[in-house]
Design a protein around this ligand. Structure first.
Ligand code: 5AD
Ligand code: SF4
Length: 430
């Protein structure tokens, strides 16, 4: 979602006549988009701000002005901290109000050195104010839902992104058609709790994600659809049927489990047990036997015992994930779990994370190796690290590098997989 927001901010600035620079010393305007999900992510902001302030000071000596802005969830949660720890910041806005950047920059231009902080939870939808003329190449994100009402006890998101809102169906279809018209072949629908989407159609009727996927699948020229991130308890039969019926829907689903222990899931306020999660996976596999799953995991949630952790390891084996993200529990001030007793010592969290990641990486490597010799349609979305190479994604979201002419950038090409490691595949164009 932050990548999507950053792209929108870049669109806003480009429409104002700004151009990007790859040399930070040349930048008249620097905006940080921030994440508050774990402590590490938030702390990074303050070290980056200190670094940029040195550049701001140097440029000042050369008679050049530098405007520094901060956007995103850190602002929503720690606006006073930013003003206190980094008083040289010119403006800060939360994730729901960054569409006001043009107004803010105007105010700053009129009155130098003004620090504006905008963390309002507006009733207005930011999507009504964002530029419509964007184009992201072959692969585009499209936000359809924002915020979350689930209030998992570890998570800061409902407090920073606010309660759930869904964009109207026709707005999404219009934006999707516009993306396809400018070369998009794959759309990844975004939302913190994307499968609880409930946007209104043209007649004011609430529609679900399955309806939206079926409508999007009808768009000529759109080849691939994905959606992320889903909440297990909100996977309904309509959505499962989409995985059976829609060829354009890619056979990869990110479905966070967080923990394999029912006791911990309850303490996390997740509305599912490990057994219910397995039932959903079974139904999805029945609908499309080729589906590959990924997940998020948190280790060291307060009260997690060795047995609870073992239950997570067992679930990994039962599901057989093809990819996953795993994190040490991070205390977020203001969330219920931050003050739970039985916080797990850092050392144990680290040991559990290593053990879990060893297992997850082994599964991922095994899946990737199993692809060697297979031919897959790959959407090449950017230049590779090495000259003459392009980087693309398989239907399973695997990274793939191939030696291929640049004319295939933003195209889907048949590629035979020749080699594989944990994080990427290599292939030859057929
Ligand atoms: N500590 C560690 N991981 C967290 N996540 C969310 N909040 C926390 C936290 N306080 C993880 C969850 C979520 C992913 C985006 O980040 O696994 O699915
Ligand atoms: Fe956070 Fe996701 Fe839980 Fe919502 S469903 S509170 S975004 S972890």
């Amino acid at each position: 979602m932050n990548v999507y927001d950053s792209q929108r901010i870049a669109n806003i600035l480009q429409n104002m006549g700004h151009i990007p620079t790859s040399n930070i010393n040349d930048a008249d305007l620097v905006i940080f988009n921030t994440c508050h999900i774990r402590e590490k992510a938030a702390e990074k902001l303050f070290s980056d701000l200190g670094r940029i302030n040195l550049i701001k000071e140097e440029r000042k000596e050369q008679g050049k002005e530098t405007i520094i802005g901060v956007v995103g969830c850190v602002v929503q949660a720690e606006d006073q901290q930013i003003a206190k720890r980094a008083p040289y910041v010119n403006f800060a806005t939360g994730p729901l109000t960054y569409y006001r950047i043009p107004e803010i920059l105007q105010k700053i231009a009129n009155q130098k050195d003004m620090c504006i902080i905008d963390t309002e939870f507006t009733a207005e939808s930011k999507f009504d104010h964002l530029p419509q003329n964007h184009s992201e190449g072959g692969c585009s994100y499209l936000a359809i839902q924002e915020g979350c009402n689930n209030f998992c006890t570890y998570c800061i998101v409902p407090y920073t992104r606010g309660v759930e809102t869904s964009r109207p169906v026709e707005d999404v279809i219009k934006e999707a058609k516009q993306l396809v018209a400018t070369g998009t072949l794959e759309i990844n629908l975004l939302g913190q709790n994307v499968n609880s989407y409930h946007g209104e159609d043209a007649n004011g009727k609430e529609r679900n994600l399955a309806y939206l996927l079926r409508r999007l699948a009808e768009i000529d020229g759109l080849e691939r659809l994905r959606y992320t991130t889903s909440y297990p308890a909100d996977v309904n039969d309509d959505l499962i049927a989409c995985h059976r019926d829609l060829k354009k829907l890619m056979p990869y689903l990110h479905l966070p489990l967080q923990s394999g222990s029912d006791k911990i899931l309850k303490a996390m306020n997740r509305r599912h047990t490990s057994g219910q999660y397995l039932e959903i996976i079974d139904k999805l596999r029945h609908a499309n036997p080729d589906l590959g799953f990924s997940s998020d995991f948190i280790v060291g949630f307060p009260g997690e015992t060795d047995e609870d952790f073992q239950a997570t390891m067992d679930m990994v084996d039962k599901v057989g994930y093809i990819q996953a993200f795993s994190f040490k529990y991070s205390r977020r001030a203001g969330t219920p779990a931050a003050v739970y007793p039985n916080q797990v010592p850092e050392k144990i969290k680290s040991e559990r994370l290593i053990a879990l990641q060893d297992k997850l990486f082994a599964l991922q490597l095994n899946f990737n190796k199993g692809c060697i010799g297979k031919t897959m349609p790959v959407l090449f979305e950017s230049k590779g690290k090495k000259k003459g190479q392009l980087f693309g994604r398989t239907p399973y979201m695997q990274n793939l590098h191939a030696e291929i002419s640049e004319q295939y950038l933003n195209k889907i090409v048949s590629v035979k997989v020749t080699d594989a490691n944990t994080n990427s595949l290599s292939g030859e164009v057929i």
